[in-house]
Design a protein around this ligand. Structure first.
Ligand SMILES: NC(=O)C1=CN([C@@H]2O[C@H](COP(=O)(O)OP(=O)(O)OC[C@H]3O[C@@H](n4cnc5c(N)ncnc54)[C@H](O)[C@@H]3O)[C@@H](O)[C@H]2O)C=CC1
Ligand SMILES: CC1=C(/C=C/C(C)=C/C=C/C(C)=C/C=C/C=C(C)/C=C/C=C(C)/C=C/C=C(\C)C(=O)O)C(C)(C)CCC1
Length: 531
């Protein structure tokens, strides 16, 4: 599809040009043009068509950098982002509109003060991307920033140089260049960017670099979103559909050759199930790769030698036994989807983040043990997967946290581009995608308006104070508790009255409905008797 495309050589942005990129974007924000919805819509529409027009270059670059198949490149990067643009365009007016604040947030006594929330762009933001989905994970936050009305400088990963250069051309030829710019480079360029003042930094990458970014941002009290990695567990109990679990977890390690921060690092499985699970894994492998993984036109490659060596070392250091795959070819950074049966939590395959096509299988005696091990390995992973009965899956959700979770599959919760996505604890701060992308770059500014005619009504606040006025105000505004000092609910007159008048329910709407049913039934009954 993309064979005739010429890709530009990677060129890092000159360090002394970086402050200018930042000040230009800040200047554009100060013109207030980005606050106009029409301007934002225009940028999103242009980005949509830029993605369409640059599709051949993007596919070629993704092929060159990661050997991504056209199928994956479209599915998870180019078409993904086009859907993001359309979704933001479809919902922008709704998201950007002032929200009226009324009951129950605003007490009745203040209802004449027109409380509302204005959605204001945060300002000028910096977006730093990783290498694994070099287009999606850089431009999806940008779509949120454009929707919210921010200006932005974006920094692609230098580990995917072909993509970085296509993105630079795409943005700088199609979007408003006073508002958006691309800085290319690695650590020195990122440091130069971090020396500038931003209104938010949106970082996707490793926890180690995320820590550097958060520390630097803290110096100027700059808010950060961190989208980091994690050691993600999968749980398999005796009530799981084993064949399905094997097939779906193998999928998790084949998309982008397992370079997905969400994919499972290790599988905790009841010890009695291990031989059958391994058989199913190998069967699923044969079905996906009838001629072997290396010959598959669908499977990507590890991004570079450094990451290839990192994954190889994890396999070299393990005391476990390879039970699926195991093949590799350094000359083309190829690593076969590989499963390793381990017997220690301290094994390299349990302790290090895989972020590649390899994962471990750790046999356990019970779900109790599985939950203990998982909480010990990483208490706040980015995702978790659970294959068991309804009750068991619920228990896993209750007893272990994670950024997101999928029941009965690999990371499906993150396979839809419009639902919130993010980590928890040390796997990330903040969320984006869909409305959450807009919100992530928006300041929710509460505004109220005090009419002059209300002066007398609200004069209680002025000195000299009058305690009797405060008591009157409190009588009107402070709700009496329906619980005693031990925390027990007290069923007083109010409780019984609302139960009787609400016909057993709590909500006013439900009560109206129930009263309507009673009245209709009464009407029908009395008419029937009358006849
Ligand atoms: N939660 C999420 O959405 C995602 C998380 N990840 C995580 O990212 C990692 C892999 O991605 P990488 O690109 O290798 O991450 P990385 O942290 O090495 O690089 C990310 C970005 O930071 C910059 N950078 C690298 N070292 C730096 C330093 N010392 N100072 C300042 N900037 C620096 C890079 O140029 C790149 O743009 C994995 O840990 C993975 O789990 C990856 C993709 C998505
Ligand atoms: C279309 C019709 C139907 C329905 C069809 C259905 C439901 C199709 C389902 C398709 C599936 C299984 C899609 C799977 C998609 C997975 C994706 C896109 C995965 C994406 C992963 C990403 C982007 C990873 C990101 C990684 C990140 C962020 C990271 O590393 O951090 C009916 C209902 C059958 C009716 C007919 C028509």
């Amino acid at each position: 599809m993309a064979s005739n495309v010429v890709l530009a050589e990677f060129q890092a942005t000159a360090l002394d040009a970086i402050p200018k990129f930042a000040s230009t974007a800040r200047g554009a924000f100060r013109t207030h043009k980005t606050k106009k919805l029409a301007w934002r819509q225009m940028q999103l529409r242009r980005l949509y068509w830029a993605l369409d027009d640059y599709q051949p270059q993007l596919l070629a670059a993704l092929k060159k950098d990661l050997n991504k198949s056209d199928f994956e490149a479209l599915f998870t990067e180019v078409d993904w982002l086009k859907k993001d643009c359309m979704f933001m365009l479809d919902n922008l007016e709704k998201y950007a509109k002032d929200e009226k604040l009324g009951a129950p947030d605003v007490p009745f006594t203040y209802s004449f003060m027109k409380f509302r929330t204005r959605k204001e762009p945060l300002g000028t933001v910096l977006i730093i991307g990783p290498y694994n989905f070099p287009v999606q994970l850089l431009l999806a936050p940008l779509i949120g920033a454009i929707g919210a009305g921010c200006t932005a400088v974006i920094k692609p990963s230098e580990l995917t140089p072909a993509c970085a250069m296509v993105i630079k051309e795409l943005i700088e030829t199609r979007l408003d260049t006073s508002a958006f710019a691309v800085v290319n480079g690695g650590i020195p360029e990122t440091n130069a960017l971090m020396n500038e003042k931003w209104d938010k930094v949106f970082f996707t990458g490793s926890a180690a670099v995320g820590t550097i970014i958060a520390k630097k941002a803290a110096e100027t009290l700059t808010p950060v979103v961190l989208e980091l990695g994690g050691k993600n567990p999968a749980f398999i109990t005796k009530n799981a559909n084993l064949a399905l679990a094997a097939k779906r977890l193998l999928w998790g390690k084949t998309l982008n050759s397992g370079q997905v921060c969400l994919s499972q690092n290790y599988v905790l499985i009841h010890k009695d199930l291990v031989p059958t699970f391994i058989t199913f894994l190998n069967q699923a492998y044969k079905d996906m790769f009838p001629n072997g993984a290396k010959a598959s036109p669908d499977l990507g490659r590890i991004v570079n030698q450094r990451h290839f060596q990192r994954l190889k070392k994890m396999l070299d250091d393990t005391s476990g036994k390879i039970v699926m795959g195991g093949g590799m070819d350094e000359s083309e950074n190829f690593i076969e989807p590989t499963a390793v049966l381990v017997n220690s939590v301290d094994d390299s395959m349990m302790q290090e983040e895989s972020f590649g096509p390899i994962f471990s299988i750790y046999p356990v005696n019970s779900l109790d043990e599985a939950l203990n091990v998982a909480n010990l390995v990483h208490r706040t992973p980015l995702s978790l997967f659970t294959f068991g009965s309804k009750a068991e899956n619920q228990r896993v959700l209750n007893e272990m946290t994670s950024g997101g979770a999928t029941l009965n599959d690999a990371y499906f919760h993150a396979s839809v581009n419009t639902v919130p996505f993010g980590g928890v604890g040390d796997s990330g701060w903040g969320a984006y995608r869909g409305k959450a992308s807009f919100d992530s770059f928006t300041h929710f500014r509460t505004v109220s308006e005090t009419p002059a005619w209300a002066e007398k009504l609200i004069s209680v606040r002025y000195m000299p104070f009058d305690m009797s006025q405060l008591k009157l105000l409190n009588r009107l505004t402070i709700k009496k508790p329906d619980f005693d000092r031990s925390g027990k609910v007290v069923k007083g007159f109010g409780y019984w009255a609302s139960l009787v008048f609400g016909l057993g329910g709590k909500s006013a709407k439900g009560a109206l409905l129930r009263w309507a049913v009673v009245l209709v039934a009464h009407y029908v009954y009395t008419n029937r008797v009358g006849n």
